[in-house]
Design a protein around this ligand. Sequence first.
Ligand SMILES: N[C@@H](CCC(=O)N[C@@H](CS)C(=O)NCC(=O)O)C(=O)O
Length: 334
Amino acid sequence: MARSTKIKASLPPGLIVQVGKTVWHTMWQVMMSRLAPSDDQGAYTRPDSEFRESVSQSGTYQPEAGRYRLIVGMGCPWAHRTLVARALKGLEDAIPLWRVSPSPNEGVWLFDNPGLEWRSLPELYQTAQAGYRGRSTVPVLWDTQTRTIVNNESADIIKILNVAFAELATQADLDLYPAELSDQIEQWNDRIYHAINNGVYRCGFARSQAAYEAACTLLFETLDDLDQQLAHQRYICGDCLTLTDVRLFTTLFRFDAVYHGLFKCDRQRLCDYPHLWPYARDLYQQPGVADTCDLDTVRRDYYGNLFPLNPGGIIPLGPNPQTWQQPHQRHLIG
Ligand SMILES: N[C@@H](CCC(=O)N[C@@H](CS)C(=O)NCC(=O)O)C(=O)O
């Protein structure tokens, strides 16, 4: 008789469940504290990004073709923002990519490009700043000349891509942050970041029922408001596509595939919203955007690597990515 069968036969089932639950719950708390720091109420608190320099004609980091690298993981919504901004501005040739993928056992990003001097992203962070002790996150805007990280905050990087590389961008005339809309853009950005972009993480990484319920309620209240807003205008700030849309899009793109199930954002799906869903497809179908979207990698990265949320490691098959190509008719609005 196999050893495990013998143990099963000799232990009362209630005890197996009790011990299993206690051990697993303790392990879960320890792993969650590493994965997602939280406050006293069990609400997820995201650490701040630490490298916050910019690119400009007059500064240390000047716009030059081929000088910078954008480091991204295709599953990550924050990195995805920078890929979308880069595509919309037509900066693919000027700013090449280095891709990383998650290593399931080490919990760090590993470079896909075999010829680089670093194996993992934390090693590159050490080159930028010896003794760096923060999290080694994507996206990163890396300067090959000074061998340092210019910026590792997606909200900054998309602003940099919008203005700093004007002479290198094939779509330089597209302004994703028009001055006259800046107040409106910032107000929506704050609200959408808290309730939606980071809100889905506050649902998925909550460590108490109350923290989860607060995050989930705010998330859907805000999605409901946006759906109303989008009933009579094409984009969040009116008739023109802005960085607010870019920032919202990458969360919406992952909504039904991972946040709805894995992060328990399940009051309804994106595709149940009458206006938000066609709006999200409109953004997906903008020039160059579909090439930045990789639903298989998104599913694999979240379900395959967030072990405490999905210990069995099974990766769901749905939903069908082709639904993103359905017509949207949003150009008829406004
Ligand atoms: N505030 C950052 C957040 C970036 C972020 O959290 N990236 C995640 C991937 S989705 C990451 O690299 N995590 C690795 C870690 O925390 O160790 C931004 O928007 O750029």
